[in-house]
Design a protein around this ligand. Structure first.
Ligand code: AMP
Ligand code: MG
Length: 286
């Protein structure tokens, strides 16, 4: 099943996250039922990244956003493990440094965009500058309100260079977030992930929803669409994200480049070189 139609944010459309079910899981009922489709998507991603890397005509930028515990790390991990590390990067965007803040908000982002043949995954991104920054008034509204347009222009520039841009908003319910926080508290393997800000940020849930809606409405474009991924079920999140990436890359109709050398010549040289060197030496000596 192609989840693109169902999950895309149509450019210019209004969106109300309250009308979207974060526990939606498409046509499969269980993780086990989805396993084969997921494996097929992963195999497709492996092949398509190989083509992208070889052909060097396209670049792929994947942006992952979502509230704390929405599954950003897990999604980046899942996508990238389908691909050859040579040719991929993952960049996480944390609190900006003093140097970052001395520049425009896109300055720290631009060096990490993918070149032709490359895949780049952003775990958080330039969108933090209209999310956490907006929710906490880190800059005045007169500043952050201009950024939506600036982001669109930036992404258009990347698209013009041959970058396919896919943006995934991982949407979980407040209840699911609480359950994941509880797991982090109880599971020694996850305790390191807990940060104090997680709980503090939860108090701003509705402000974040408003900021996400504004981001989705103003920055979903033909050349860089947003998808809202119902993410209460991790297996569905992985299924939908991998399917959307694979289907989008398939439409690029990428091909392996033709060899850059004359194969007939190289074959001749190969056969000559393949002879036993000891034999030809003794012959030369007579
Ligand atoms: P994590 O992704 O959980 O390691 O946390 C990174 C933290 O950096 C989050 O609390 C983000 O909100 C914060 N962050 C990322 N980008 C920005 C930004 N541009 N301005 C302020 N905080 C940011
Ligand atoms: Mg966090």
């Amino acid at each position: 099943m192609d989840y693109r139609k169902k999950l895309i944010v149509k450019p210019g459309a209004k969106i109300r996250l309250k009308d979207i079910d974060p526990a939606w899981h498409g046509k499969h009922e269980t993780e086990a039922e989805a396993a084969q489709d997921l494996a097929e998507n992963v195999a497709k991603l492996t092949h398509l990244q190989y083509l992208l890397y070889a052909e060097k005509k396209h670049a792929l930028l994947i942006v992952v956003q979502g509230i704390d515990a929405a599954g950003k790390d897990g999604t980046c991990w899942h996508v990238i493990t389908a691909m050859n590390p040579q040719g991929t990067t993952v960049t996480g965007f944390k609190q900006p440094t003093e140097e970052d803040l001395a520049h425009d908000f896109l300055w720290r982002v631009h060096p990490h965009v993918p070149g032709l043949g490359q895949v780049a995954v952003f775990n958080r991104s330039h969108y933090e500058d209209v999310l956490v920054v907006r929710v906490h008034n880190l800059v005045p509204e007169s500043e952050w309100s201009k950024r939506y347009k600036e982001i669109n222009q930036f992404e258009k520039l990347l698209a013009r260079k041959g970058t396919t841009i896919l943006k995934f908003f991982l949407y979980i319910s407040a209840g699911e977030q609480l359950e994941r926080f509880r797991q982090r508290l109880d599971d020694p393997n996850r305790q390191w992930k807990i940060s104090e800000s997680d709980y503090k940020e939860r108090a701003y849930w509705n402000d974040y929803l408003k900021a996400y809606e504004a981001m989705l409405e103003q920055c979903s474009t033909e050349y860089a669409p947003w998808y809202v991924i119902p993410s209460n079920h991790k297996w569905f999140r992985n299924l939908a994200v991998s399917q959307i990436i694979a289907a989008t890359l398939e439409e690029l109709k990428m091909k392996l480049p033709p060899p850059t050398v004359d194969l007939a010549q190289i074959r001749k040289a190969y056969h000559a070189a393949a002879k036993d060197p000891a034999e030809s030496k003794s012959k030369a000596r007579g």
